[in-house]
Design a protein around this ligand. Structure first.
Ligand SMILES: [Zn+2]
Ligand SMILES: [Zn+2]
Length: 180
C-alpha cells in the first residue's frame, strides 16, 4: 500500500506523526556529524526522524540518543549487517525474534527454520563454531539410537558373541585376572 498521508512519515514500517516545532541547529549538526540527516520531529517532542546517509532509509531516534550517543545506530544498516553475517555463516536471516533483541530466526541450509543468537551466528561466520541444526541432529540421534538397538540384538562386531550380554566392567575384571 503506498504511503500517502502527508502528516506522517513511514519509518521502519510504522507511520510516525510529524510534529510541529523548530529543528534546532544543534540537532541538525549532531545528525550530520553522526551519519544522518535531520528530516522532521515525529511522534512527540522527544523524537526525530533521521535519514541514514549510509543506506538512505529513515530511522526514528530520541533526541537525547542523537545528542548523547557517539554512534547512534541505524536499524536498517544493522539488519543489513546481520543479513550479511548470516550469509557468511551459510544461513539466511528470516526475521528478528520479537521477544528479544539478541535472537533472530534463520533458514538453515537443510531447510529448517532455526532460532539463533546474533553473536552465535557471528561466531559461525568467523569459523569459530560449526552450525548445527537441532532438528536434523535429533533425527540423526534417533536414527543412531535405532541402529544401536539393532546392533545390541545382533552379533558383537568383534566376534565375541557373549560380549553384549554382560556389563562391560565385568569383562574387564576377567581380563585383569587373566593377566595376573
Ligand atoms: Zn542505514
Ligand atoms: Zn535441519
Amino acid at each position: 500500500m503506498p504511503h500517502t498521508d502527508p502528516s506522517t512519515l513511514m519509518i521502519h514500517g510504522v507511520p510516525e506523526q510529524i510534529m510541529p516545532g523548530a529543528l534546532h541547529p544543534q540537532w541538525v549538526e549532531a545528525a550530520r556529524a553522526k551519519g544522518f540527516e535531520l528530516v522532521a520531529r515525529v511522534r512527540n517532542r522527544y523524537n526525530l526522524a533521521l535519514r541514514c546517509k549510509t543506506c538512505g532509509e529513515l530511522v526514528r531516534k530520541a533526541v537525547y540518543v542523537l545528542m548523547t550517543s557517539d554512534r547512534p545506530l541505524c536499524a536498517h544498516c544493522l539488519e543489513n549487517a546481520w543479513a550479511k553475517t548470516a550469509e557468511a555463516a551459510g544461513l539466511r536471516l528470516l526475521r528478528r525474534d520479537p521477544g528479544t533483541t539478541q535472537y533472530a530466526f534463520y533458514l538453515a541450509p537443510c531447510g529448517h527454520e532455526i532460532r539463533r543468537q546474533f553473536e552465535f551466528v557471528r561466531r559461525i561466520a568467523r569459523g569459530e563454531v560449526k552450525h548445527r541444526c537441532e532438528i536434523c541432529h535429533a533425527a540423526r540421534e534417533a536414527a543412531e539410537a535405532a541402529a544401536r538397538d539393532w546392533e545390541l540384538m545382533s552379533a558383537d562386531p568383534e566376534g565375541d558373541r557373549g560380549y553384549r550380554l554382560y556389563p562391560p566392567h565385568r569383562r574387564i575384571q576377567v581380563a585383569e585376572k587373566a593377566l595376573a
